[in-house]
Design a protein around this ligand. Structure first.
Ligand code: NDP
Length: 448
């Protein structure tokens, strides 16, 4: 690695030695920026790397709430406002027990480059809490969301910072949070949160957007090899928002989604998930909030307890659950099974060893910041509709989403070629996302 880039990386490790997930995300980006830093010396002169790895603002606070027994519980809340050079901060809230400052920084940093790739004017942010929604009833989740917004409301706003959902935050939680925001501020219609429900400011296709977008990206990668989705076997991990709609889009494109999973294990469906199974999963996960093993029991399917979706012979892999869920060994199994393309629906689901293995084996590999950008892009479209006080049809939003994904693919593909590494979507996406933010920071001077 270039000495200057290495020094930036070492300094961030030294400052926050325990933030391992953030180090991993930062290193993955910094390593690939070398050709851009060499080509454009002004970035070094303006200390863009030193500035871009440091969040503009970190908010951390306590979230007290009462459980079903009337007992007070305390969680930790966060908002990392990473970079606003190209637009208001934008990024989801995550509710999961693994949330800490390092995880929030990793996600906020990724979000900055991802939002830049969408071509929409959105800066990068991330937030959430170590609250675990699993096993909580509706009232407990509602109590928590209200308390969370009691502090969060003062840090967000349609021109400041516009949060959305992520792991553990879907339509239900956005609803509870939006109600609290409205009550406190006495404002409605200002787009302070995206992922709202249809009928109270939400955009059609926003729930589908991340899963659909990751599938569109995989389709674009296959096209570069004159290949298509139809008839392909696809391993999908997770059974939450992103996984659900990746499965649906695979079915629509004539592919077979052969796995879904949760943190308990993996369901295997050799002939591909059917519409009846998908409907059952949607109800199971979004209404009953049950475990994916119920799907296997209901339809007499194979369930690998503790197993991952990467054990099976497939053409395409779409990790859609969480970070570092696909390691070097998993990648090797997929390569041995003949995998042709990997499109990340989750954020950083593949470990660095996994990424290297795929790239060495010539597997088409799409990093999440490019392939899962459809979610935030459609949040951007929700903001645009809210500003106009108008709603677009599902077809119109889906068409725009598709166009954005085709553009992101093209941009990452062409940038990789331009910087001498054709087919390297990791390098292409990182450099393309970085250049726009870096140029805005240079133009705005040292304060940006
Ligand atoms: P959900 O909460 O809807 O679903 C998450 C899924 O992943 C669940 O099936 C969950 O299973 C599983 N999962 C979570 N942690 C683990 C783990 N440690 N091991 C195995 N499975 C796990 O979240 P989303 O679908 O919204 O998000 C999934 C990923 O996509 C995340 O990385 C998120 O950052 C990313 N993403 C989401 C976007 C969005 O629009 N929602 C946009 C862009 C990226 P269980 O219930 O057992 O925990």
């Amino acid at each position: 690695m270039d000495k200057y880039i290495e020094s930036v990386y070492e300094s961030l490790v030294q400052k926050d030695p325990l933030q391992k997930t953030f180090h991993q995300a930062a290193l993955e980006v910094l390593e690939t920026l070398e050709p851009a830093i060499k080509k454009f010396p002004q970035y070094k002169e303006h200390k863009i790397l030193e500035r871009i790895v440091e969040p503009e603002r970190i908010v951390q606070f306590r979230v007290p709430w009462k459980d079903r027994n009337g007992e007070i519980q305390i969680n930790r809340g966060y908002r990392i406002q990473y970079n606003s050079a190209i637009g208001p901060y934008k990024g989801g809230f995550r509710l999961h027990p693994t949330v800490d400052l390092g995880v929030m920084k990793f996600l906020g940093f990724e979000q900055t480059l991802k939002n830049s790739l969408t071509t929409l004017p959105m800066g990068g942010a991330k937030g959430g809490s170590d609250f675990d929604p699993k096993g909580k009833n509706d009232s407990e989740v509602e109590n928590f969301c209200h308390s969370f917004i009691m502090e969060m409301y003062r840090h967000i706003g349609q021109f400041t910072d516009v949060p959305a959902g992520d792991i553990g935050v879907g339509g239900r939680e956005i609803g509870y949070m939006y109600a609290a925001y409205r009550k406190i501020t006495n404002e409605h219609g200002s787009c302070v949160l995206t992922g709202k429900g249809w009928g109270w400011g939400g955009s059609l296709i926003r729930p589908q957007a991340t899963g659909y977008g990751a599938t569109y990206f995989a389709e674009e990668m296959l096209k570069t090899k004159k290949d298509a989705f139809k008839g392909k076997k696809v391993a999908i991990s997770g059974s939450g928002n992103v996984a659900q709609y990746a499965v649906e889009k695979c079915m629509q494109l004539g592919a077979k989604a052969v796995t879904v999973s949760d943190s308990d294990g993996t369901v295997y469906m050799p002939d591909g998930m059917t519409k009846a199974q998908w409907d059952y999963m949607m109800d199971l996960k979004n209404v009953k909030r049950g475990r994916i093993s119920d799907l296997a029991a209901k339809f007499k399917l194979e369930f690998a307890k503790g197993g991952k979706p990467w054990e099976y012979k497939v053409d395409i892999a779409m990790p859609c659950a969480t970070q570092n869920e696909l390691d070097g060994k998993d990648a090797q199994k997929l390569i041995d099974g003949g995998v042709k393309a990997v499109s990340e629906g989750a954020n950083m689901p593949t470990t660095p060893e996994g990424v290297t293995a795929f790239q060495k084996a010539g597997v088409l590999f799409a990093p999440g910041k490019a392939s899962n950008a459809g979610g935030v892009a459609t949040s951007g479209l929700e903001m645009a509709q809210n500003s106009q006080r108008l709603f677009w049809s599902a077809e119109e939003v889906d068409q725009k989403l598709h166009g954005i994904m085709v553009n992101i693919h093209q941009n990452a593909y062409e940038t990789a070629k331009l910087f001498g590494q054709p087919g390297n979507y990791v390098l292409g996406a990182n450099i393309a996302g970085f250049l726009k933010v870096a140029n805005a920071m240079v133009a705005q001077g040292y304060l940006a």
